[in-house]
Design a protein around this ligand. Structure first.
Ligand code: NDP
Ligand code: MG
Length: 334
């Protein structure tokens, strides 16, 4: 089946015209959705924790943030842009109890709905608009007259027009200028978790660490190993981002290209792919979600231990020093 993509003419903003939209949490996504929807002529009520930096930011941007319950009252669409791990608690305490039939709950990622940490009543709509980029890009592209592609999904259609409401939201944040791709909560949630675990975050950091350690253990200088195994990743990724693997291979030397084509398959082997399948099954079965929610609830002990181990590693120490030599990279240290 061909992928379904909605553009502005297929995604009229009318479904939200004259209605109130609540945005819960003024962080990365929250601030972008609030500002873009307001600029698109929609009434936006923001909820934030009083006294926080993001509360102050919302005030600077001309909003009058309230508590969650007040923002949700009378809202046609409630957009939940809280961190995934706290959504269930805020929903249970401050959103769920006051929901009325016909309201629409909107999420930017399907985790809590798909794995049933949030189970809304049957008489409300449950939709998703998931921008394929961070909130700051969602805002800056909108200001330039463009938009970031989004995914749209409908989990519950209580009113019969849940998709129109979701598409109007996507339109209001600029997503329909680029295109809004249809998906499901299941597909978005599972592919998002798989991608970040296997390729984007987990796979990439493990690859960089193993390469760096191999060179250093063989007696090469860590500074040189850092450049080869971490710093230069960006150059290659930028080329792939612009033109896929073909353009990257067109741009690198023939020697590098032959090394890529002949050696890559020895690094990511059938065994690696078997492990990927196992990780995917842990995602689809809900085992990963359960483990992560348990880890969060029990105080993040393992999470912090794993983080500290890498944070204090030689790779990270060397990197902190070398980045000071490169003014143009806008080094960020945490
Ligand atoms: P952030 O952590 O950037 O923002 C969450 C905001 O919620 C913060 O401002 C936080 O305040 C605030 N907050 C926390 N607790 C409460 C509370 N009890 N009441 C009101 N406000 C509260 O989240 P993101 O924007 O990164 O993520 C939001 C959603 O968007 C998630 O579902 C995520 O998966 C999804 N998403 C994120 C993307 C991204 O690139 N960031 C991309 C696509 C989807 P404080 O900081 O003061 O604690
Ligand atoms: Mg993602």
């Amino acid at each position: 089946m061909a992928v379904k993509i909605y553009y502005e003419q297929d995604a009229p903003i009318d479904a939200l015209k004259g209605k109130k939209v609540a945005v819960i949490g003024y962080g990365s996504q929250g601030h972008a959705h609030s500002l873009n929807l307001r600029d698109s002529g929609i009434e936006v009520a923001v909820a934030e924790l009083e006294g926080t930096d993001n509360f102050k930011l919302a005030v600077e941007h001309g909003f009058s943030p309230t508590d969650v319950k007040q923002a949700c009252a009378g809202a046609a669409l409630i957009i939940v842009t809280l961190p995934d791990e706290i959504q269930a608690k805020v929903y249970a305490g401050q959103i769920g109890p006051s929901l009325v039939a016909g309201q629409t709950l909107g999420f930017c990622h399907g985790f809590n709905i798909h794995f049933k940490y949030i189970v809304p009543p049957k008489d409300v709509n449950v939709v998703m608009i998931a921008p394929k980029g961070p909130g700051h890009l969602v805002r800056s592209e909108f200001e330039k007259g463009g938009g970031v592609p989004c995914l749209v999904a409908v989990e519950q259609d209580a009113t019969g027009d849940a998709k129109q409401i979701a598409l109007a939201w996507g339109h209001g944040i600029g997503g329909a200028r680029a295109g809004i791709i249809e998906t499901t909560y299941k597909e978005e949630t599972e592919t998002d978790l798989f991608g970040e675990q296997v390729v984007l975050c987990g796979g990439l950091t493990a690859l960089i660490k193993a390469g760096f350690e191999t060179l250093v253990e063989a007696g090469y200088q860590p500074e040189i190993a850092y450049f080869e195994c971490l710093h230069e990743v960006k150059l290659i990724v930028d080329l792939m981002y612009q033109g896929g693997m073909s353009y990257m291979r067109y741009s690198i030397s023939n020697t590098a290209e032959y090394g890529d084509l002949s050696r890559g398959p020895r690094i990511v082997t059938e065994q690696t792919k078997a492990e990927m399948k196992k990780i995917l099954s842990e995602v689809t079965s809900g085992q990963f979600a359960k483990e992560w929610v348990g880890e969060y609830k029990s105080g993040l002990k393992k999470f912090n231990e794993l983080y500290e181990k890498d944070h204090g590693s030689q790779l990270e120490d060397v990197g902190r020093q070398l980045r000071k030599m490169m003014k143009w990279i806008n080094a960020k240290e945490v």
